[in-house]
Design a protein around this ligand. Structure first.
Ligand SMILES: [Zn+2]
Length: 1008
């Protein structure tokens, strides 16, 4: 996602873009879009389908049969002695609540009476902490002592499955099933080995077996069994697209497991995972929190929380959860996979590869690990531009893919992981390619079509995306992102389309037609030629722009955000996802913003992503986009830069991307844009006018930043950074002094004064700090002390002047300031106060001169310019006012008022070229301002461009039909353009509204 600069949309990144608990969007009926927490417990039970479906309620009417089943299930186990049953239950409770060591001790004590349960419990405690080898030993010993214990062998088979020893897993599971035909865990392991070997029909039958088993079992009193049934039923439901089953699992089966044992957290985790898979994050959070309350030491739960955080792009939270998961179980594959994802979200491909290669030692066959690894290799080594051609066989990605396919021809999970990873890395064409491959290899996977649909939406291929998303929705109506995107498509289907030579614009005809037409013109006439020339690349095909406005009780921003990510997260007003740009209609935002700038900024991203085959780091495309906005750096940026430079908290090329994707706060976000632009500036400054295009070419050749710097400028990244840092210091120094007295900590100042009681500056600053806190006596005392050391200390004079003013003594205040303010070396506060007092006293010349000193000297130029403009407004010196307003306009790209005023002034002076410039700029901020269109018409008419004048008057009148003068001018323009018929009609309409409109009847008569 790319966000434009200085659009500081109300949702700041922290509470907007990266927020985990977003307010759900609403659908037309007002109910949430989200398969939400309040509803899922209220679902209707599903109709019974005897053989293939789990019945909604388990019949529990036959206690006798239930007893028999229970007896069969525990046939291999010795009967529990009454007195030890409690101890065993206690050990199980300790284990389930994560008190593994205590549980283990208790199991050891019970080993004699309950050798099998004790061994299973111990093994589970060991496994939970990543001690699989010891767990295997415990199980092996138990199996030797009790060769007919099917459940022991089944547990051992699961350990083999987890470490990727599929042959052993299969063998052990088969043995367990020989001992006991209905051993559920062995059945589950068998199903998984079928999947791993690509025997998908067998796997499906194996899953189905669980459903039949459940349906024919009158009562199941083991939560582990319900859990396994749930897992298998979920798989079966995914594969057979029977999504109603998800409701049953969430509302009936897993709650049943918890009823059997309130500590059975795996049921909560399984529920959470179902929600997560469907992006229902609110419900997932609830379940995960409940699971953690039961067992805070379950690594799997923390790993799932990391997955949730990654979904919401909350990388800091993901890291915290992963650290916890890996501390509890350093060998948990799921945690390592998320760790790798986290690295990739942070653009640390080498680190991700290291993690994944290490994870392979835990399970060398795991397709999710292998898929991620193949993707990371590809992203690091370079991706082909044409996916139709075979991959080079000697590339690391090519080899990884060949191996995966050889091991399992139906390795859909491998390709799904590849697709997901490329999606995470924003390499959308690659993601789409591998999602398709996953679907081809393993049509059973329920998510591939939806995921490919979402990626194609980003690539602007909306027709194909729509059909995939529709299919995906039919497969699984609970997927929140898919459902939201279909709603977006539905809104888009009612949008009008405006097609030009290089662009396709979709918009709401009723609300945004004027915007769309102005945007089309601006994009074709101004943006396209400039950007294509600057970037040295023409995008292939037409670029799609979509403007979102209010629809069905959802605001324009909600639709825009759903369009970008399928979820309401995006914290900006415009974004580019590769081949499309989406923007909130300015009309749907409470504040005006320069939409023209947003369009250009985002189009630069479109061009950059395509020309580098998506191999461009975030910071560099932002650098180009911001640099080419050609706007002066805002003073707040420079102030922030200075502060962070002083604190040594700047970004460098290794971490600047975080500032865009996971800013800690608004400052981080702003600083990232500011520093990115300065990287562009510095590249040009240090390495010549073609430095940016050379870098672009290097990225297009698949180099990374370090390699690109070396290749283009023969410079090491570290040396480049040193030069950049020196350049930043120069920028800060040139900007002039920043106001920083406010930011000083009182205690720090007190300390400084104590250390050096004769330092006039510190005394004055402390006085100022007290004044800010309304501690006037202290302020006065310290200011006087400062003046004793340095009689003209300006900040001390300011403090005393303010104190005089507070008792109404302006004369004394003026005297103090006059004596202390030096125009050669001014202090900001005293200068501003003196200028203000002069303005009050109507000494305009002096006030203006003092404010000019401020403009020249201080970084916060805007503030001083505004004050200066106030002087000229009051003194009615129009000639001097105009250039000040022009400077202010330059500093404030989103300000329409100043531009309107400048346009008016230029028109009054008949400076039509200037008027046209200001009107055009103002329209890029407020395209629905009728007066601006009328002003544009006036300019055209004056330049004898009659047809554009007519068009502009027509728009003005559409926006404000009451303006009779515009009607008359329109008629006039129509006459000039030789459109007498139109003119007659216009005049007749005018006379209908106002029969006495001066001159209208005369003009009409002259035409008849
Ligand atoms: Zn951007």
């Amino acid at each position: 996602m790319f966000s434009p600069r200085r659009i500081l949309p109300f949702p700041s990144p922290r509470n907007g873009a990266l927020r985990r608990h977003a307010r759900p969007l609403r659908n037309p009926t007002g109910s949430g879009w989200f398969f939400g927490p309040s509803s899922h417990h209220a679902q209707e039970p599903l109709p019974e389908k005897p053989t293939r479906t789990l019945p909604a309620r388990v019949t529990r009417l036959f206690p006798f049969v239930a007893f028999l089943v229970a007896a069969i299930l525990s046939a291999a186990q010795p009967l529990r002695a009454e007195d030890n049953a409690d101890a065993l239950a206690q050990a199980d409770a300790l284990r389930l609540t994560g008190r593994y060591e205590e549980a283990q001790e208790l199991y050891e004590q019970l080993a004699e009476q309950h050798p099998i349960e004790a061994a299973l419990g111990q093994a589970d405690c060991l496994r939970a902490r990543g001690q699989e080898a010891q767990a295997a030993q415990v199980l092996a010993a138990a199996a030797e002592a009790h060769p007919s214990a099917a459940n022991v062998t089944a547990q051992a088979s699961r350990l083999a499955l987890d470490r990727g020893d599929y042959a052993e897993a299969e063998k052990l599971a088969a043995h367990s099933l020989e001992l006991q035909e209905e051993q559920l865990l062995a059945r589950w392991v068998t199903a998984q080995t079928h999947v791993a070997a690509g025997r998908l029909n067998e796997a499906e039958k194996a899953y189905e077996w669980f459903i039949d088993f459940y349906n024919r079992s009158p009562q199941i009193d083991n939560p582990d069994h319900l859990h396994l049934i749930g897992q298998a039923a979920a798989q079966y439901a995914r594969w057979t697209r029977n999504s109603n089953q998800f409701r049953f699992l969430v509302n009936e089966l897993y709650p049943d497991a918890l009823r059997l044992n309130e500590n059975f957290w795996p049921a909560r985790l399984a529920t959470a995972q179902l929600f997560l898979e469907k992006y229902n994050q609110a419900s997932a959070v609830t379940e995960l929190n409940a699971a953690l309350v039961i067992n805070p030491n379950a690594a799997e739960i923390h790993a799932a929380r990391a997955g949730l955080a990654l979904q919401g792009y909350d990388l800091a939270a993901a890291k915290t959860s992963l650290d916890q998961a890996l501390r509890l179980n350093p060998r948990l594959v799921a945690a390592h996979l998320f760790q790798a994802d986290l690295h990739m979200a942070n653009f640390q491909l080498a680190e991700a590869i290291a993690v994944l290669e290490a994870t392979l030692k835990l399970n060398p066959r795991d397709e999710e690990t292998l898929g991620r690894l193949a993707a990371a290799y590809g992203a690091l080594d370079g991706l082909p531009t044409d996916w139709e051609r075979p991959l080079p066989a000697d590339s690391r990605m090519g080899k990884a893919i060949a191996q995966a396919v050889e091991a399992n021809e139906h390795c859909g999970r491998f390709f799904l992981a590849l697709g997901d990873t490329f999606d995470l890395l924003r390499r959308y064409p690659a993601a789409a390619h591998f999602y398709r491959e996953a679907e081809r290899r393993m049509p059973q996977l329920i998510q591939t079509r939806g995921k490919r649909g979402l990626v194609l939406m980003r690539l602007g291929e909306e027709v194909e995306a729509a059909s995939l998303l529709q299919q995906s929705f039919e497969d699984d109506p609970f997927n929140v992102r898919v459902k939201n995107m279909l709603e977006v498509l539905d809104v888009l289907s009612n949008y009008a389309v405006l097609e030009t030579e290089h662009f396709v614009i979709k918009f709401d005809r009723g609300q945004d037609e004027i915007l769309a037409q102005a945007a089309a013109r601006y994009l074709e006439e101004t943006v396209y030629p400039a950007v294509v020339r600057q970037m040295g690349y023409e995008p292939q095909g037409k670029t799609l722009f979509e403007f979102f406005n209010r629809a069905r009780n959802t605001g324009g921003h909600g639709w825009f955000s759903a369009r970008m990510v399928g979820l309401p997260y995006v914290g900006t007003v415009g974004a580019c996802a590769g081949k499309i740009v989406a923007m909130v209609s300015p009309d749907a935002m409470p504040q005006k913003f320069n939409w023209g700038r947003v369009l250009k900024h985002e189009f630069i991203h479109v061009v950059n992503l395509q020309q580098t085959n998506f191999n461009i780091p975030h910071w560099f495309t932002e650098a180009l986009a911001v640099w080419h906005e050609e706007l002066p750096r805002p003073a707040e940026w420079t102030a922030l830069l200075a502060r962070r430079a002083a604190e040594e908290k700047l970004f460098d090329l290794d971490d600047i991307n975080f500032g865009f994707v996971r800013p800690a706060d608004q400052d981080d976000w702003t600083l990232a844009y500011c520093q990115a632009e300065l990287y562009a500036e510095y590249l040009l400054h240090a390495h010549g006018d073609d430095a940016l295009t050379r870098m672009l070419a290097a990225y297009a050749d698949n180099l990374n930043t370090r390699q690109a710097l070396r290749h283009c400028f023969d410079i090491e990244q570290e040396e480049f950074e040193r030069g950049y840092r020196a350049y930043l210091d120069q920028v800060v120094a040139q900007a002039g002094p920043m106001q920083d007295a406010e930011n000083l900590d009182l205690a720090q100042l007190q300390n400084a004064v104590k250390q050096d009681p004769k330092n006039a500056e510190n005394l004055a600053r402390l006085a100022y700090a007290y004044l800010q806190r309304k501690a006037n006596p202290q302020a006065r005392r310290l200011a006087l002390a400062a003046r004793q050391v340095e009689p003209k200390q300006p900040l001390a004079a300011y403090v005393l002047a303010r104190l005089q003013l507070s008792i109404g003594d302006a004369e004394q205040a003026l005297e103090l300031l006059e004596a202390a303010v030096s125009e050669e070396a001014p202090e900001e506060h005293s200068l501003a106060l003196l200028a203000g007092l002069k303005l009050q006293a109507k000494d305009y010349d002096r006030a203006a001169r003092l404010y000019q000193v401020g403009v020249a000297r201080f970084a916060a130029r805007q503030k001083w310019l505004k004050a200066l403009a106030r002087v000229y407004l009051q003194s009615q010196e129009e000639d001097k006012l105009v250039p000040v307003l022009a400077q202010l306009a330059e500093l404030d790209a989103d300000n329409v008022v100043i531009r309107k005023k400048l346009a008016r002034q230029s028109l009054d002076k008949k400076d039509y070229a200037a008027a046209a410039r200001w009107v055009n700029q103002a329209l890029l901020i407020d395209v629905t301002d009728a007066e601006l269109h009328a002003a544009a018409a006036e300019v055209f008419a004056a330049q004898e461009k009659h047809l554009p004048a007519i068009a502009a008057y027509e728009i003005a009148l559409r926006l404000n039909p009451e303006q009779l003068a515009w009607r008359f001018s329109l008629a006039d323009a129509q006459v000039q353009a030789d459109r007498q018929d139109d003119a007659r009609q216009t005049l007749k309409n005018l006379l209908k509204i106002d029969p006495d409109y001066p001159g209208a009847d005369v003009l009409l008569e002259s035409l008849e």
